[in-house]
Design a protein. Sequence first.
Length: 262
Amino acid sequence: MRTALLQSSGRPGSTAENLKVLDEAAGRAAAAGAGLLVTSELFLTGYAIGDGVGRLAEAADGDAADAVAETATRHGIAVAYGYPERAGESVFNSVQLISADGARLANYRKTHLFGCFEREHFVPGEQPVVQAELNGLTVGLMICYDVEFPENVRAHALAGTDLLLVPTAQMHPFQFVAESVVPVRAFENQMYVAYVNRVGPEGEFEFVGLSVLAGPDGIARARAGRSEELVVADADPAFLAASRETNPYLKDRRPGLYGSLA
């Protein structure tokens, strides 16, 4: 499945403007043959917007979700987008996957919150593995800091995830995560990982870009630089099957030895 990574911080503080950015990118991604477009963490609102997080948060089936579904349907492309999700009195840092026909396929709430900013504004999710079937692949959802916990990604591997989508807001000086950790996660768990970052200054943060689609061989199929960019690469199920046969990490595990990890 050809996958497009939208490396952009959009227009922080304006859902309406970010929906326009998303629509334009969906058109370009579809024209490039992509079946899936993935955005950065909290793309619909911006990340460093303080109390604006709570003000702009919407339900998973709210107006913004309807607008994204309309974009997906019009361009014929599935979309995974980061947003603040309102659920009762709680706000979650979430990512939602919408199909090319506008159906809501999956919604994931970030389980590992990073730093004081996130802990102040969000409640952590409690479901570590969220998946959906899309164009012949089992697609998993995760957000930023979550991928830095090997247990999280291994749980996806054991559940059969083929392509792990990771919207992120990865900041200076932690660029080694995009450069090194993500490709290793893809290799050690035998999956594709799409890690899609924000870019540039925002509030107190400096986002480093470097979005990447890493393959199960640990090699980047596409990597962005440090500016706004749309990059496209393929997640190939045939290559994935062959790689899993050659690198049988999951078959060679000895779970009886790992009890202390829990």
